[in-house]
Ligand binder design. Structure first.
Ligand code: SF4
Length: 69
């Protein structure tokens, strides 16, 4: 199942991803964005369109789909 990945070095911490898709993108205690743990594959499938919208909207242009696992 492919999952989104974030290039944190380009992230501008605009929080758009967290606002648009909070089931997948979370802000950790250090204040950085990360992909939520233990998200079932079915959730990625059902949110694929939402995640694609986030990828297009991301201010840092730093989210992409990772390799299939
Ligand atoms: S939308 Fe992109 S730039 Fe904004 S917080 Fe999320 S990963 Fe960072």
């Amino acid at each position: 199942m492919r999952k989104p990945v974030i290039d944190i070095s380009e992230c501008v911490l605009c929080d758009i991803c967290v606002e648009m898709c909070p089931d997948i993108f979370i802000k950790n205690q250090a204040g950085y964005i990360e992909i939520a743990d233990n998200v079932p594959d079915t959730v990625y499938q059902s949110l694929e369109d939402d995640i694609n919208d986030v990828i297009k909207t991301c201010r840092g242009d730093c989210i992409s789909w990772g390799e299939e696992t």
